[in-house]
Design a protein around this ligand. Structure first.
Ligand code: C2E
Ligand code: MG
Ligand code: MG
Length: 273
């Protein structure tokens, strides 16, 4: 066991270091790409929004998922600049869809807690991007994970208020995994709760999962928030979600994250086809 342990450790440290150095350059080398995942109104199955997700097209390793490199970017102070690029590119893309008369969409962009900590920089960046592309603030939604805001709830409230002031909406991502106390939830100016896929996962098989989704939908309604169920993969999950009155969903069943060109084709397709 020990003989294997050491070389593996060494390899992963070396690889992590190499990845970090390449990641520092990825943005200026144009290796970052945004994919868009449709957000669906469940009753009609119409596309009502798009979540932008950043991927890294690595010259040797191929397309790398954000779950791998976002934590590295956060840890090494790269996320502020990366996040500002994402925001600008996503809003630019969505503004061209609007200008071409495609159906109006809510655009969701993920932000990380390092961006959230510096309220004035984030507010400034969002304001600049909206002006640059002439994009309506109320159609932009910033997603932050529940885990991340709970690191510093009070400063998160302040940042959310600064953003709400611009007209931008907030969504709480991965809800149910970050131990937020309900008293905090009430203080956050949120438009949306996104139920983590771990709860949606077994909704058609496990009564516990169903009970949690039902409770969160109810909670959201009473707090005046919209609720989205993440990670819907199977048709069998649809009926229980409709029965819970969950209005919006996202997941592979309705579309995996896709290129801007594919998303555009998806927009032109009739809703129930
Ligand atoms: P997230 O914001 O919760 O995004 C949803 C993740 O779930 C995406 O993973 C998506 O591909 C995946 N997903 C969607 N539908 C399904 C499904 O039906 N089944 C399963 N198994 N998975 C599904 P992805 O693209 O790997 O992104 C991972 C996380 O990385 C995101 O989670 C988000 O927190 C973070 N992230 C992505 N882009 C950005 C960004 O631009 N900035 C920041 N700060 N974080 C980002
Ligand atoms: Mg998200
Ligand atoms: Mg999520």
């Amino acid at each position: 066991v020990h003989l294997r342990f050491l070389p593996d450790m060494e390899e992963s440290v070396t690889r992590r270091f190499a990845l970090l150095n390449e990641l520092r350059l990825a943005q200026e080398l144009g290796q970052l790409v945004l994919l868009y995942q449709p957000i669906i109104e469940l009753r009609t199955r119409a596309v009502v929004g798009a979540e932008a997700l950043v991927y890294w097209d690595h010259p040797r390793h191929g397309r790398i998922t954000p779950a791998t490199f976002i934590p590295v970017a956060e840890e090494h102070g790269l996320i502020e600049s990366l996040g500002e690029w994402v925001l600008d590119e996503a809003v630019r893309q969505s503004a061209t869809w609007r200008a071409r008369g495609l159906q109006p969409l809510r655009l969701a962009v993920n932000v990380s807690c390092a961006q959230f900590r510096d309220a004035s920089r984030l507010r400034g960046a969002v304001d600049r991007v909206l002006r640059r592309h002439g994009y309506p603030a109320h159609e932009l939604e910033l997603e932050i994970t529940e885990r991340q805001i709970m690191r510093d709830p009070q400063s998160s409230v302040d940042t959310m208020l600064a953003l709400s002031d611009l007209g931008v909406a907030m969504a709480l991502d991965d809800f149910g995994t970050g131990y937020s106390s309900l008293s905090h939830l009430r203080e956050f100016p949120l438009r949306k709760l996104k139920i983590d896929r771990s709860f949606t996962d077994q909704i058609d098989r496990d009564p516990g999962g169903l009970a949690i989704v039902r409770a969160v939908v109810e909670l959201g309604r009473n707090l005046g928030m919209q609720v989205v169920a993440e990670g819907v993969e199977r048709e069998a999950q649809v009926a229980p979600l409709l029965a819970c009155d969950c209005a919006q969903v996202q997941g592979f069943l309705f579309g995996a994250p896709m290129s801007a060109a594919d998303f555009e084709r998806r927009l032109l397709r009739p809703a129930l086809a």
